[in-house]
Design a binder for this molecule. Structure first.
Ligand SMILES: Nc1ncnc2c1ncn2[C@@H]1O[C@H](COP(=O)(O)OP(=O)(O)OP(=O)(O)O)[C@@H](O)[C@H]1O
Length: 346
C-alpha cells in the first residue's frame, strides 16, 4: 500500500501480512465455464454461450484451480479470531498475489468481506488489477489465495463446485456463435438441450421470463452471431442470472451498454441481489454508477488496494487524483445523488 497523505484513512485497506507467494505464470487464463454444444473452444470464451453456463471446463480446471485450503475455516473450533465471524457472511479473498511471468500484478491483496445482499464495485484505472482479482476470486488463476464464501472455503473446492457457488462472467463479449438466444440461455441454465415449443415447456417460459427481465425478450429466437455487442452482453447477463449461485462476479458488465440498459441492468442487479441475498461484485469504470448504485467500493491501484468502503467515503478528490490522475470534485444533486465532475488531468 502506497502511503497516501492526501486522503484520509480508508475504511479498509489491503493486508500486507505475508510475503508474496508465486501464484501465476504468464499463461492465458482459461475460464472455467463451459459452452453449449455449438461452441467448443477450450480458450476462455466469455459470455453468451460460455461464461454464464456454469459447468466447468474440466480440461482447464486442473491448471486453473490450484488454490489451497484456507487456514481456520473448517468450523468454529478450528477458527482463529483472524478468520472468524466476518468470514461467515459474504465473500472474502485473502493474500491474493498474482504474477504473470516475472511481473507481480497483485501484491498480497486482501479484499472483502463483500456481504450478502449487497452490490460491491471494484474500481481502479486500466491495468490496476481488477479483472485479475476477480479471476483469482473465481479460482481461474493459479493462486495460493484463500477465498471464502459465507464461511465456506472456495479455494479447497473443485472448480465445478466452486463455480456453482460463485459465478464469474468475464469482461469479453459473448462469443458470436450461431445459436438462438433462447437455446443458449437454456443450455446455460441446464434446463434442456434442444429447442422446444415455448408453450409446452416451463423451462422455456422461465427462460423467456429471464429475457424479459433484462429487456431482451424480442431477441429470443435471434441467433447470437447476428446480435450487436450490447445485445450479446445482455444475453451473457441473462445467462448468469439464470443460474443460482451465492455470489456473482461480473467483469465490466455494462461496458457495451447504452445508458438505458446500464440503468436497467443495475436495477435488475439490485433486485436480484436483494431477493436472493447474493454477493454481487462488479468491475466498473463509471464512477457515477459506483457512487449512486452500489453499496461499497474497493479501489485498486498498481495491484494494491487503495481504499474500500461506502462509495461516498472512498471516492474523494484526493483519492481520484492519486489513483486516476484526475482533478475532480464530488458534486451533490438536489435529489441526493452525487456525481464526479472532472476538471482536468492531474
Ligand atoms: N495473461 C496475462 N499475461 C500477462 N500479463 C497480464 C495478463 N493478464 C493481465 N495482465 C497484466 O496484469 C495487469 C492487470 O490487468 P487487469 O486486466 O487485471 O487490469 P484491469 O484493472 O482489469 O484493467 P482494465 O480496466 O484495463 O480492464 C495489467 O498490467 C495487465 O497487463
Amino acid at each position: 500500500m502506497r502511503p497516501s497523505p492526501e486522503h484520509p484513512p480508508a475504511p479498509r485497506q489491503s493486508s500486507s501480512r505475508s510475503p508474496e507467494t508465486e501464484a501465476g505464470a504468464g499463461e492465458n487464463c482459461q475460464a472455467a465455464l463451459s459452452a453449449p454444444a455449438a461452441s467448443t473452444s477450450a480458450k476462455a470464451q466469455p459470455g453468451t454461450a460460455h461464461s454464464a453456463s456454469a459447468s466447468p471446463n474440466t480440461g482447464n480446471a486442473a491448471t486453473a484451480n490450484v488454490g489451497m485450503a484456507c487456514p481456520n475455516t473448517e468450523g468454529p473450533e478450528a477458527g482463529a479470531p483472524e478468520t472468524g465471524a466476518s468470514d461467515r457472511n459474504g465473500l472474502e479473498a485473502r493474500n491474493v498475489t498474482v504474477r504473470f511471468g516475472r511481473r507481480t500484478v497483485l501484491h498480497d491483496v486482501t479484499a472483502g468481506p463483500f456481504t450478502r445482499g449487497t452490490i460491491h464495485a471494484l474500481l481502479g484505472p486500466n491495468g490496476s488489477g481488477k479483472s485479475t482479482l476477480l479471476r483469482a476470486m473465481a479460482g481461474l488463476l493459479p493462486s495460493s489465495a484463500c477465498v471464502t464464501l459465507n464461511g465456506e472455503d472456495l479455494s479447497a473446492m473443485s472448480l465445478t463446485a466452486r463455480t456453482r457457488k460463485c459465478l464469474y462472467l468475464p469482461q469479453d463479449l459473448p462469443a458470436p456463435v450461431h445459436l438462438p438466444v433462447l437455446e443458449a440461455l437454456m443450455a446455460a441454465s441446464h434446463t434442456g438441450g434442444g429447442f422446444q415449443a415455448p408453450q409446452q415447456d416451463d423451462a422455456v417460459r422461465d427462460a423467456l421470463d429471464r429475457l424479459t427481465q433484462f429487456g431482451i425478450a424480442p431477441l429470443a429466437l435471434r441467433p447470437l452471431d447476428e446480435l450487436s455487442g450490447g445485445q450479446r452482453q445482455l444475453v451473457g447477463l441473462t445467462q448468469a442470472f439464470s443460474r443460482t449461485p451465492e455470489a456473482v462476479l461480473l467483469d465490466e458488465p455494462l461496458s457495451a451498454l447504452d445508458l438505458h440498459h446500464q440503468f436497467a441492468v443495475m436495477t435488475v442487479l439490485r433486485r436480484e441481489t436483494t431477493a436472493r441475498q447474493l454477493v454481487t461484485v462488479i468491475v466498473l469504470h463509471d464512477l457515477n454508477i459506483a457512487l449512486n448504485l452500489t453499496d461499497t467500493v474497493t479501489v485498486l491501484h498498481e495491484g494494491r488496494i487503495m481504499a474500500s468502503g461506502p462509495p461516498a467515503d472512498v471516492l474523494t478528490p484526493a483519492l481520484l487524483r492519486e489513483t486516476y490522475r484526475i482533478r475532480a470534485r464530488i458534486e451533490h444533486g438536489a435529489d441526493g445523488r452525487s456525481f464526479v465532475s472532472v476538471d482536468g488531468i492531474a
